[in-house]
Ligand binder design. Structure first.
Ligand SMILES: [Zn+2]
Length: 321
């Protein structure tokens, strides 16, 4: 009979908080165990901050009508994974086909999370949801399976089980899939003042080649004014996520000491002031921001500043992090 003695380690490696319950590596039901997926349950016990794992004892030891262990892990109110068994458990019973899981002995094919909430007037906590996602990702990656190999008991049960309730299992699987296949990092794009179709500025912005610290052949400059006349940089952001935004400008003692860079984030515009008198001729980070997917103006340089000296608009780089 196969066992999964790696279970606690792969959960921890995914950032899941783990409590190893006694001799879990040797606590299991007799019989076959050859898991290909994960099955989600709720315990039907009412958990709370003061009583975070009311069903732990019964999941370890079983009930009068069903011998324990009753699942490989119990997920407590705080999202802590209690690792109970490295082998076969009485959690799934007979399974009907669901997704890629064939009909058959569910306790052979599936590793179970008993998520400790009552499922009647209590839904799983955000901590339970997030930990269950991470743990599912960790195990599916180890098994070499995709998100479709995570099922809910109500999808495989032949006896009308309703667990786990208050959760859309397709949404939960899509969240698993997103974590299993994170969007690529490292996407990067540069828009210079000379980039066709991606830089716009009014005629009030002059063009200069004065400083050798410029990016490309030239840059734009304008006097401060108490009016809205920004130069804009348009980026085709591939997906909503976290991006580092950097500016390149030539520095000069006559340039602006408080040049306002406007970043169009998912929660509104944020302004970062840059002293363009120093640190020129290189990429300077303005910070990391959540940008929404879409091809539109994402970064601006404003003339509306209490600083003095020419405001410079040269190049901007956006990088997925
Ligand atoms: Zn169940």
């Amino acid at each position: 009979m196969a066992t999964i003695p790696w279970l606690a380690d792969v959960l921890r490696a995914e950032g899941v908080q783990v409590v190893e319950e006694g001799d879990w590596r040797n606590r299991m039901r007799p019989g076959s165990f050859d898991p290909i997926g994960v099955l989600w349950h709720h315990t039907a016990a009412t958990s709370s901050a003061s009583n975070p794992h009311p069903a732990l004892n019964v999941v370890i030891n079983g009930r009068s009508d069903l011998a324990g262990p009753l699942a490989q892990c119990l997920v407590d109110y705080n999202g802590v994974f209690h690792v109970i068994s490295a082998g076969r458990c009485n959690h799934a019973g007979q399974a009907r086909a669901s997704g890629p899981i064939p009909a058959g002995d569910g306790n052979t094919m599936l590793i179970g999370w008993e998520i400790d909430y009552n499922g009647v007037d209590q839904e799983m906590t955000p901590a339970q949801y997030n930990a269950s996602l991470k743990a599912t990702v960790a195990v599916l990656r180890r098994l070499g399976r995709d998100a479709s190999y995570a099922r809910g008991h109500r999808e495989t049960s032949v006896t009308g089980k309703i667990d786990p309730s208050f959760i859309d299992l397709d949404v939960m699987r899509s969240d698993v899939a997103r974590l299993l296949n994170p969007p690529p990092t490292g996407w990067s794009a540069i828009v210079d003042n000379a980039t066709a179709g991606r830089f716009t500025a009014s005629a009030n912005w002059g063009t200069s080649t004065y400083s050798g610290q410029r990016y490309g052949s030239d840059y734009r400059f304008a006097n401060p004014v108490a009016a809205s006349d920004p130069a804009w940089y348009q980026f085709a952001v591939p997906e909503t996520g976290t991006y580092r935004v950097e500016a390149w400008y030539p520095a000069n003692s006559g340039y602006n000491n408080l040049a306002p860079y406007i970043i169009v984030t998912s929660t509104g515009n944020q302004t970062v002031h840059v002293d363009q008198r120093v640190n020129g001729g290189a990429w300077r980070s303005l910070g990391t921001f959540t940008l929404t997917a879409g091809d539109e103006n994402k970064v601006g340089v404003s003339r509306w500043t209490s600083g003095t000296g020419y405001v410079i608009a040269d190049a901007v780089r956006v990088t997925r992090v």
